[in-house]
Design a protein around this ligand. Structure first.
Ligand code: PMP
Length: 371
């Protein structure tokens, strides 16, 4: 629906695909829901206690714009000891999304080109488009590997930024060392900003995710607490990069979000000492279970991380296949929401193993339908 007061910058946005799926889901009585983009475990108890303590002890006012000192100091120490860069500063943000919004506001001018990898996180094109940025998607089908020569070929005098997300939403793909290093060095050589969205870095099942800033001192890294600690509703994330950039982001935060939620920043500090191995082990098993369920029926690159798989629809377009799945009480997301292509669909395995099995059963039946 349009309205004369609505600004042009929102005109190109379209959330109809995802909304349609959720509207249909709302009408289903007991759907097998493999569409959810957040962990199914709750915030660990010590983190909940820390949040309650913070609220009860009056930490409810604004925090400093850049974040509470102990959290900032802890993140800065971790970042410094990991990277050892001389000019890398941290800012606490309202989720990873908050960091992305600030980075886009601070860095993207109308007409700037931003290279990203297709399939991409659903928010990227809308957010960058809102700033007048032009997205240049690099197709990574069929195995979602990054071909550095394609990135190099896409660089023009208008290229401002490369946006990397590994482990990735919606594919679960983890970029290998050569790809991350290649992209990082390419960005440095061309003096293009490199933003690395590492929100799923802990969800890495076979080997640790490679960090882009290891190969590019000026890379801007975005991370958050949402997924790792099951606190998506608490809206805490952080960003680090060259101090001149972080300073500008801090100013923008002052005039937009003001600060990340104050009491929950204290809880986030506690979160940093929580061992999440148990969750990650459980999620690895779910990934393995899902792959077994799909084996022989679907073309699907094994996700190395995050909690998504992105199989090819065995018949029809991604949208047609998802509509058929909905008719069988299975809720999945069509790939065209994350891509210029409409050939795949996203499955989330952040659900109980029984739900993965129920979903697998329906998916095998659906794959057989047109054989
Ligand atoms: N980046 C990616 C790739 C994501 O999948 C998400 C959440 N779906 C976010 C950023 C945003 O996370 P949050 O704002 O909760 O930190």
């Amino acid at each position: 629906m349009s309205h004369p007061w609505i600004a042009q910058r929102t005109a190109h946005m379209d959330s109809s695909g995802i909304r349609k799926a959720f509207d249909l889901a709302a009408k289903m009585s007991d759907p097998v829901n493999l569409s959810i983009g957040q962990p199914d475990f709750d915030v660990p108890d010590p983190i909940q206690e820390a949040a309650i303590d913070a609220i009860k002890s009056g930490k409810n006012c604004y925090s400093p714009t850049q974040g509470i000192e102990p959290l900032l100091a802890r993140l800065q120490t971790d970042v410094d000891s990991f990277y050892g860069h001389s000019d890398r500063r941290v800012l606490v943000t309202s989720g990873t999304s908050g960091a992305l919004v600030l980075a886009a506001l601070a860095m993207v001018d109308p007409g700037d080109q931003i290279i990203l990898f297709d399939p991409y996180f659903v928010m990227y094109p809308s957010l960058l488009g809102m700033m007048g940025g032009i997205c240049i998607p690099i197709d990574t089908y069929p195995d979602f590997r990054i071909d550095v020569s394609k990135v190099e070929a896409a660089i023009t005098p208008k290229t401002k930024m490369i946006l990397l997300n590994s482990p990735a939403n919606p594919t679960g793909a983890i970029a290998d060392e050569d790809a991350v290093r290649g992209v990082a060095e390419l960005a440095a050589r061309h003096h293009i900003a490199l933003i690395s969205d590492e929100i799923y870095s802990q969800f890495s099942y076979d080997r640790p995710a490679i960090r882009a800033a290891k190969y590019n001192e000026e890379a801007i890294v975005i991370d958050g607490f949402s997924k790792t600690y099951g606190m998506t509703g608490w809206r805490i994330g952080w960003i680090h990069g060259p101090s001149a950039i972080i300073e500008r982001l801090t100013m923008l935060q002052q005039y937009t979000f003001v600060c990340a939620p104050h009491p929950l920043q204290w809880a986030a500090l506690t979160a940093l000492d929580i061992d999440t191995t148990e969750y990650m082990t459980a999620y690895r098993k779910r990934r393995d279970l899902l792959m077994e369920e799909l084996n022989g029926f679907y073309e699907c690159t094994e996700p190395g991380g995050a909690f998504y798989a992105f199989p090819k629809a065995p018949w029809g377009t991604g949208t047609q296949f998802v509509e058929a799945a909905l008719a069988h009480d299975l809720l999945i997301i069509p790939g065209n929401i994350f891509s210029r292509r409409n050939t795949h669909f996203r499955i989330s395995f952040a659900v109980a193993p029984e739900t993965i099995q129920r979903g697998g059963e329906i998916l095998r039946r659906l794959a057989d339908q047109r054989r």
